[in-house]
Design a protein around this ligand. Structure first.
Ligand code: NAD
Ligand code: WQD
Length: 344
């Protein structure tokens, strides 16, 4: 089968990157991954091969090292497009070490854009986040909603990177971009070979749930039940990571086929449904038959009350829709947790 093009995936051994590489390979794109392995493991490459039959090209490289990145582009002249996942993502850590986050997340994007321009690579898909909306004034939130005051240095790097790409394009550089604003990605590949592997204590809800269910954590703390929601716990839009990965393939196809309406576009990637924390816990219990030990504690600073996506623009323009149910997705997270702990 002829390749549809060669895609550079930065951060491609990470959680969302690895699932996206699988979907790109399934759709006959060639893939080259660059990652510095600061939050992932090279072993993921063999798992991708087990799933797809193809081991993607891999280069261990820090995007903050411009010379190394220039050399990479000089040696890989067949790259058409970039999907840029590489970043630090721990919101809490970013408030304690803001410069670490600003340096890594901004310098990497600047280096990447400069190298793309130098080497005439025109297409970029950028990993953004619903955090740019803060607590939206209207729900569900669509792409026309204003970007709000950042909730953390991490969130500010997402907003700033979006601007960096926008201004680079508006200045007349030959680049087209799509910013994908993820809501809450969860779950794992149905093969249970790849999934989310947090280093240390998880910050996010679903890895904390699966680690509690398997006995690594004693109990899940539910951060607040005094919000203005049906059961008092916050509402999020939890999207299956494979559904999310497929949206990246659609975004790349849109850039390659020149179907974009403007040189820089933004899309919300969610399910359009909001679920409370307690609903997620109970869906996990139903999906897996495991009882979860949890306790209500105080609010976590910086948490918004509720956010879920209006996905109609992505549905229409990308021809993409999240398909998996919450229970199915939570079951996939659990199957991955069990498979991973069996082997590690
Ligand atoms: P991840 O940490 O699993 O993957 C990121 C990868 O980037 C890791 O493999 C890490 O080693 C690599 N990396 C980091 N800095 C690098 C650098 N300077 N050079 C080369 N490689 C580097 O995270 P993820 O959950 O897969 O997230 C991917 C992207 O999506 C990130 O940009 C993140 O901010 C964004 N995002 C994630 C979520 C989420 O909840 N997971 C939500 C919204 C947006
Ligand atoms: C979800 C809900 C918590 C853990 C973060 C980033 C955001 C985006 C996605 C990257 C909240 C509650 C959690 C726990 C709990 N990332 N919770 N006990 O906060 O929506 O978003 O990840 O861009 O920018 O801020 O996700 O999974 O941390 O929390 O009660 O142990 O679960 O309070 O209501 P969040 P999360």
């Amino acid at each position: 089968m002829n390749s549809k093009g060669k895609i550079l995936v930065t951060g491609g051994t990470g959680y969302i990157g690895s699932h996206t590489v699988v979907e790109l390979l399934n759709e006959n794109y060639e893939v080259a991954i660059v990652d510095n392995l600061s939050n992932s493991d090279e072993g993921v490459l063999d798992k991708i091969r087990e799933i797809t039959g193809v081991k993607p090209e891999f280069c261990q490289l820090d995007l903050c090292d411009k010379d190394d990145l220039q050399e990479f582009f000089a040696k890989n002249r067949d790259i058409d497009s970039v999907i840029h996942f590489a970043a630090y993502k721990a919101v809490g850590e970013s408030t304690k070490k803001p410069l670490k986050y600003y340096r890594n997340n901004l310098v990497s994007t600047i280096n990447l854009l400069e190298c793309m321009i130098d080497h005439k690579v025109t297409n970029i898909v950028f990993s953004s986040s619903c955090t740019v909306y803060g607590q939206p004034d209207q729900l569900p939130v669509d792409e026309t909603a204003p970007v709000k005051e950042p909730l953390s240095p991490y969130g500010n790097t997402k907003q700033t990177n979006e601007r960096v790409i926008q201004y680079t394009i508006e200045a007349g550089n030959p680049i087209k971009g799509i910013s994908l604003r993820y809501f809450n990605p969860i779950g794992a590949h149905p093969s249970a070979k790849i999934g989310e592997i947090p280093r240390g204590v998880p910050n996010n809800l679903v890895p904390y749930i699966t680690q509690t269910a398997i006995g690594i954590r004693d109990e899940l703390k539910v951060f607040g039940n005094d919000y203005n929601t049906p059961d008092g716990t916050p509402i999020r839009d939890y999207i299956n990571v494979v559904d999310l990965a497929k949206a990246h393939v659609a975004a790349i196809a849109r850039l390659i086929d020149n179907k974009n309406k403007t040189a820089y576009e933004y899309f919300n990637l969610g399910t359009g449904r909001g679920n409370t924390v307690l609903e997620v816990i109970h869906a996990f219990e139903r999906a897996t038959g495991k009882k979860l030990n949890y306790k209500i504690v105080g609010r976590r600073p910086g948490d918004v009350e509720q956010v879920y996506a209006d996905t109609s623009y992505a549905n229409k323009e990308l021809g993409w829709k999240a398909e998996k149910t919450l229970e199915e997705t939570l079951r996939s997270a659990w199957e991955f947790e069990k498979a991973y702990r069996d082997k590690n």
